[in-house]
Design a protein around this ligand. Structure first.
Ligand SMILES: [Zn+2]
Length: 297
């Protein structure tokens, strides 16, 4: 009998685990360092976290895991992970063997979107686009409470589309690690904002500064985010867009971006709501737990 939903968020430096009871209430939470470059130790760490939770609560749980990457439907192994020691490994099957139960994996942006759509800022909305604006830029799409999972396992990977409607000075754009140029991520990630400002300050320092050059960089950032989200609205027309990641803490975005996106949305009126996250940094681990929705447990 499954009485808990256990979520694991495997980050680049730390791994967090949470247990939710069947009503979604947090029962316990643990955090440990992610073993660097060691695949077997990563599996062991996750197993120990699950064992610790189950020993403490006296209950067993379903297990969902958020990873910085995704399992390729074609090959069955991890791709697109910046925790490179996972790449090429059948991580889900190895975890199932270690834990003795089925596990569900999703990338961290998908977990964020699912968490906010289930009982966060997008709760009750039919369609939620959850965006991570952090070291990288990613997103997940939740429709009727379910993550959209396409045949390539890349739904929401909008950060590697080109910045839409670029101005002359935004072309051809910076090189991206994905091999292309001018990706949305190169403009809207934290490092992207810092580089756009000139590279002398971090994104957090730019946001905290009242200097005119910082204000100008933030205005360019808002303008670009508005264009990038307008392109999303034109394709999936989400009811709610939830921002996450470090840059979602820039409170002015929630007023400025809806004022700016109108000219690029193919509609006479834009009803789309843009919101900050409710669960903040906990959204990844909560979303991993929600990979097992109530209907199937
Ligand atoms: Zn890219």
């Amino acid at each position: 009998m499954v009485a808990l939903r256990i979520g694991i968020d495997l980050g680049g430096t730390k791994t967090e685990a949470i247990a939710l009871d069947m009503s979604g209430r947090e029962v316990c939470r643990y955090r440990t360092m992610t073993p660097q470059g060691d695949y077997a130790a990563t599996i062991r760490t996750i197993r120990e976290l699950v064992e610790t939770i189950e020993a403490e609560t006296g209950s067993s749980g379903s297990v969902g895991i958020g990873i910085p990457g995704t399992i390729s439907p074609k090959t069955g192994v991890v791709k697109n992970a910046n925790s490179t020691w996972l790449i090429g490994k059948p991580f889900d099957r190895d975890l199932e063997a270690a834990l003795g139960r089925p596990v569900r994996l999703a990338n961290d942006a998908d977990c964020f979107a699912l968490s906010e759509a289930t009982d966060g800022a997008g709760s009750g909305a039919a369609t939620v686009f959850g965006v991570i604006l952090g070291t990288g830029v990613g997103a997940g799409i939740v429709v009727q409470g379910r993550l959209v999972a396409g045949p390539n396992a890349i739904a929401g990977e909008w950060g590697h589309n080109p910045l839409p409607w670029p101005t002359d000075d935004e072309r051809p754009g910076y090189e991206c690690y994905c091999g292309r140029r001018g990706c949305i991520e190169t403009f809207l990630s934290g490092p992207g904002l810092a580089r756009d400002h000139g590279g002398s300050l971090s994104a957090a320092e730019i946001c905290a500064s009242a200097a005119p050059d910082c204000e100008a960089a933030l205005r360019r950032y808002e303008q670009r985010l508005a264009r990038a989200l307008a392109a999303v609205i034109n394709i999936i027309d989400p009811h709610v867009i939830v921002l996450g990641g470090g840059l979602s803490k820039i409170t002015r975005l929630y007023q400025s971006v809806p004022r700016l996106w109108g000219p690029w949305v193919f509609s006479d009126h834009v009803e789309t709501i843009i919101k900050p996250p409710i669960h903040g940094d906990s959204s990844g681990v909560r979303g991993a737990a929600w990979l097992w929705p109530s209907k199937t447990t």
